[in-house]
Write a protein that binds this ligand. Structure first.
Ligand SMILES: [Zn+2]
Length: 127
């Protein structure tokens, strides 16, 4: 779940969409398994949210923890839904920020990821 765990192989020139006329062609055969992974993650998050809602917190600390977990689960669920929508629109595997092709290895580790590594790093730096 951590982008940091990705092997640190970056292209010599980042974000060069014209280098390969169809960088997503490689991705095409992997879309069904990536969709399955997204649907599994979605089911997990929906279950997690239901469990968190069902568990009645006994004190303020626990309620705060539960709130944080719910927020995280909702964010993850929204990312998953957005990825599924991009898949339906044929935009899956493209960075939503700069339109660069996201490497398949990154998508296999993080199927719901919306940003390429360069944009992810830039976002992590400001947040
Ligand atoms: Zn990008």
């Amino acid at each position: 779940m951590h982008p940091e765990r990705l092997p640190d192989v970056r292209p010599s020139t980042p974000a060069e969409p014209t280098a390969n006329p169809d960088p997503t062609s490689d991705l095409h055969g992997h879309l069904p398994s990536l969709r399955v992974a997204l649907l599994q993650q979605r089911r997990f998050r929906i279950q997690q949210l239901a469990d968190l809602r069902a568990a009645l917190p006994v004190d303020a600390v626990q309620e705060e923890v539960s709130k944080t977990l719910r927020r995280g689960a909702r964010t993850a669920l929204a990312d998953i839904e957005a990825a599924l929508q991009r898949m339906d629109r044929g935009r899956y595997g493209r960075c939503v920020h700069c339109d660069a092709a996201i490497p398949l290895e990154r998508l296999e580790i993080l199927p719901a990821v919306a940003l390429c590594m360069a944009c992810q790093r830039a976002q992590d730096a400001v947040s």
